[in-house]
Design a protein around this ligand. Structure first.
Ligand SMILES: Nc1ncnc2c1ncn2[C@@H]1O[C@H](COP(=O)(O)OP(=O)(O)O)[C@@H](O)[C@H]1O
Ligand SMILES: [Mg+2]
Length: 403
């Protein structure tokens, strides 16, 4: 069928033609936004899920909805676990917010205070900032202690108040929250906590891998109650059908029932895979409707494509030992698995494997759903590992060379 009209789009953060099956969560977030705009309290949200389930596109959609309501939105993605990304991102984004607020209604005491806090914050965290001062007195001791956990709330509260004075509110969106350092996460939780206590119009919506709930809890014990942690996962069968059928029909094409069934089975209804199967079967099929035979025929090239472009990039970044660890997990199935069982599959102990496991977690390859358990962060990764390494070798630690 004509690739020019192919409506499917596998790709990180690429908006799907049909954002299927997320209505309930979108409504929860919209209610939270409207409450905050109405001066009421709303619980902050951290959406959690594996890679490719649609967290980023959902977050982007929520940003659009917040903007449409007149909220002042800040959005950024934490690129990696090295730390230090939060402060510059906040300074740049809040500088822009203050400029917009100033356009809505000139300066005023509240805005001056917020601008002073931002200047202090930028200076103490050594972020280059050439923003407006709005005639602010930079001498006030505000957001300038150098302790992020103190300063981030001291910065955000006056900004949110200034927004509130203009009948707006601040909506902060952060993607890949699990990459924030413990200190950054603590500061963020503290800011959310303060905002709730002081009743300022501020809403935080984050997205990240499933370990984030545990990480947030470790950083600040009250974080467990501070946030809602809706789990984003595979789509329901009905939503998965809609994700395939609606975009096809918009282009005047369709899938047969059997074709849909087959795709649902092979993708396990994970959004990224639904897009991939949709795209490939569309291009391979001779005519509409796309049939089960078309799906079967496209299968091998889809798997080859995914291996090369989706799974392989992650696999190639791992050391040999890390690959062995992943292979042992695959031996046990899709997971999550007990960490002890993984060690047993490699004929060794969890203690010995602890460093490998740690580095795989910080690389975002695996995560710990709860204590003593380990799972892949990417759906269907077990099948890939078995294709890459057909047999499982027992763990052989390298012999230490005498130094
Ligand atoms: N609800 C959905 N319905 C259909 N396709 C979706 C949906 N959510 C995400 N996708 C598709 O899945 C892929 C992965 O989405 P992305 O937001 O990057 O996932 P994540 O951030 O969780 O890794 C994209 O190609 C996107 O178009
Ligand atoms: Mg993402």
């Amino acid at each position: 069928m004509d690739p020019r009209r192919n409506p499917f789009s596998p790709g990180a953060g690429v908006r799907p033609a049909q954002l299927a099956g997320r209505g309930e969560l979108i409504e929860t977030a919209e209610i939270a936004m409207d409450r905050v705009l109405g001066g009421l309290h709303a619980t902050d949200i951290i959406m959690t899920g594996l890679r490719g389930v649609g967290k980023t596109v959902l977050l982007n959609h929520l940003v659009t909805l917040a903007k449409a309501r007149g909220m002042e939105t800040i959005k950024f993605e934490v690129p990696d676990a090295r730390g230090g990304h939060l402060t510059p991102a906040m300074v740049i984004a809040l500088g822009a917010v203050l400029k917009r607020l100033d356009r809505l209604k000139k300066a005023g005491e509240g805005l001056k205070l917020a601008a002073a806090a931002l200047q202090n914050f930028a200076a103490v965290f050594r972020v280059k900032y050439e923003g407006f001062s709005f005639g602010a007195e930079p001498a006030r001791a505000l957001a300038d202690s150098g302790d992020l956990e103190t300063d981030l709330p001291e910065l955000l509260m006056p900004v949110a108040r200034a927004a509130g004075a203009r009948r707006s509110a601040i909506a902060l969106f952060i993607d890949e929250v699990q990459y924030l350092t413990r200190e950054e996460l603590s500061a963020l939780a503290r800011a959310c906590h303060e905002a709730a206590q002081q009743g300022v119009p501020f809403l935080f919506i984050g997205a990240g891998l499933p370990q984030i709930a545990a990480l947030a809890g470790e950083a600040k014990s009250y974080a467990e109650r501070l946030f809602l942690y809706p789990a984003i996962g595979a789509l329901s069968p009905q939503a998965a059908r809609e994700a395939l059928r609606a975009p096809a029909r918009q282009q005047g094409a369709d899938f047969t029932e059997e074709a849909l069934e087959r795709i649902l089975e092979e993708t396990e209804r994970y959004p990224y895979f639904l897009q991939t199967w949709g795209k490939f079967t569309w291009d391979a099929a001779g005519e509409s409707p796309i049939t089960e035979e078309d799906v079967a025929a496209a299968g091998p090239s889809i798997i080859a494509h995914l291996d090369q472009n989706f799974f392989r990039v992650r696999f190639d970044r791992c050391t040999e030992l890390e690959q062995q660890y992943l292979r042992a997990m695959a031996e046990l199935g899709p997971g999550p698995h007990r960490t002890g069982d993984i060690a047993a599959a490699l004929s060794t102990t969890s203690t010995r494997l602890a460093p490998v496991r740690r580095s795989l977690i910080s690389a975002g390859m695996i995560y710990s759903p709860r204590y003593g358990e380990t799972g892949f962060t990417v759906p269907l990764f077990d099948g890939f590992m078995k294709r890459m390494l057909p047999t499982l070798e027992p763990y052989k630690p390298k012999r230490r060379t005498g130094k």
